[in-house]
Design a protein around this ligand. Structure first.
Ligand code: 5GP
Ligand code: ZN
Length: 112
């Protein structure tokens, strides 16, 4: 499958890995939008949040739990933001779901 993030999981494309287990993989974003900006992705290829099925519920929960653990490890005790972009109007550019985690700067609302 021609998927950038599947290739990152397989090590065919290098990344700055932070964490990996049997279900998820986490790595620093190549174009960080904050001093801390990493992505948590499932090892299973799921194209968009709309493609999540009942059987994926546990892994999506595990993505959020992993985000929380790693944000703390990376010094985001003061807070952080988590984002899923879904499809074109949601700003999604890579079609393998990923949870953005951004921290170590003040976030504003609403986002652009
Ligand atoms: P999206 O816009 O789909 O929500 O986010 C995709 C993210 O993947 C972007 O923040 C982008 O910087 C990041 N990204 C795209 N290509 C690569 C890559 O090859 N390596 C890494 N580490 N991040 C990437
Ligand atoms: Zn994929």
């Amino acid at each position: 499958m021609d998927c950038l993030f599947c290739k990152i999981i397989d090590g065919k494309i290098p990344s700055k890995k932070i964490y990996e287990d049997d279900q998820v993989f986490a790595f620093h974003d190549i174009n960080p939008q904050a001093p801390v900006h990493f992505l948590v992705i499932p090892k299973k290829h799921i194209a968009t949040l709309d493609d999540v099925t009942e059987e994926d519920r546990a892994v999506v929960g595990h993505m959020l739990y992993t985000a929380q653990k790693l944000a703390k490890e990376l010094g985001c005790e003061a807070g952080y933001r988590t984002v899923f972009n879904c499809n074109e109007q949601g700003g999604q550019t890579v079609y393998h779901i990923h949870l953005h985690v951004l921290g170590k700067r003040q976030m504003t609302w609403p986002p652009g």
